[in-house]
Design a protein around this ligand. Structure first.
Ligand code: DAH
Length: 341
């Protein structure tokens, strides 16, 4: 078979081969087959020696043209393969932008923490500092030095969880008063927030709850200072229009002692379900610090006087938001908590 005939056949064959190339691998095989060291074109070149001298230039030219053609095909196919590869990769790595995103819900502060912060904010504006005492307290700080001696009947006002020895779970943050007065001399203006514990449980009582103690000690402090500060407090927390009323009460560590009511912020004092038709709502206890408590901390009660108060944070929170069961504040049900964000 003449070399020209051979080239014609190869060219036809190559036309068919091109249609079958669909990957880089069989493109590499294509190159080997036609353009490689042992490929058909190299074979043709070798055969050129057997061609009569005078025909060599024209046959050589035909071989060359075929080579150029094969190279062009190879280049075009390379580009095509690169394109196909990119398309396949794009398809594989495609992101479905219509899919809904992953929602990361925002957290928020617990309503009790919010109210605690709010109370601190109000009193910080009047110059109060914050002090925190221990939850496991000794009998001395929780009772005795607050003028509640052992076996005194007023101990029964609070159902205490006793621990071995002198220890107990603090029933009130009032012990913070003693701790502050032990390390600081007047003028004193502190808030003592914290968790307290009592063996008590119903719709409005929980064995663990939170209090905020307030203490002011200086020269010439009277019950009027207490009412003035508490008026500001209820006005900022509930409504500018409310005011407080003091009723006589009893606490061992204050004399006189008062129960503090706020005029009803729901009905404005006319009487409604919230204030049980009295126009007033009880919010906290307080009084003038008993001179014996000051003396127990080495403060001269003939020079200094003080006022103190104890706020129940759950109680204030329940009133402020109309919550009727204290348990809701501790169950951590998100449907409940989300309402405070
Ligand atoms: N510690 C009291 C209680 O838990 C609340 C209280 C009343 C605190 C009068 C005070 C106060 O500082 O003066 O019931």
């Amino acid at each position: 078979m003449g070399i020209e005939q051979k080239i014609r056949e190869l060219r036809d064959q190559m036309g068919q081969r091109i249609g079958q190339i669909d990957s880089k691998d069989n493109l590499a095989a294509f190159w080997q087959e036609y353009l490689g060291k042992k490929g058909s074109i190299a074979e043709l070149m070798k055969g050129l020696g057997a061609v009569p001298k005078e025909e060599r230039p024209s046959v050589g030219k035909i071989i060359n043209e075929f080579k150029v053609q094969a190279e062009e095909q190879y280049r075009a196919l390379s580009e095509r393969m690169a394109q196909l590869e990119l398309q396949a990769r794009n398809r594989k790595e495609a992101v479905d932008i219509t899919l809904p995103g992953k929602v990361r819900p925002m957290g928020g502060l617990h309503p009790l923490t919010q109210v605690k912060n709010e109370i601190i904010h109000v009193f910080a504006g009047m110059g109060f500092e914050v002090f925190e005492g221990p939850e496991i307290e000794d009998d001395d700080h929780n009772f005795t030095r607050l003028n509640v001696p052992k076996d005194h009947p007023s101990r029964d006002m609070q159902d205490t969880f006793y621990l071995p020895g002198e220890w107990l779970l603090r029933t009130q943050t009032s012990g913070g008063q003693i701790r502050v007065m032990d390390r600081q001399k007047p003028p004193i203006k502190v808030l003592v927030p914290g968790r307290v514990f009592r063996s008590d449980s119903d719709a409005t009582h929980s064995p663990m709850f939170h209090q905020m103690e307030g203490l002011v000690v200086d020269r010439g402090i009277t019950l009027c200072d207490l009412q003035g500060m508490l008026d500001r407090f209820v006005q900022q927390l509930f409504d500018e229009s409310v005011r407080t009323r003091l009723r006589p009460s009893y606490f061992p560590f204050t004399e006189p002692s008062v129960e503090v009511d706020v005029s009803c912020f729901e009905c404005g004092g006319k009487g409604c379900g919230l204030c049980k038709h009295t126009g007033w709502i009880e919010v906290l206890g307080g009084g003038v610090v008993h001179p014996r408590v000051l003396e127990n901390c080495g403060i001269d009660s003939s020079v200094y006087s003080g006022i103190a108060f104890g706020i129940g944070i759950e109680r204030i929170t329940m009133l402020k938001y109309g919550i009727n069961n204290i348990g809701l504040l501790f169950e951590n049900d998100l449907r409940f908590l989300k309402q405070f964000q």
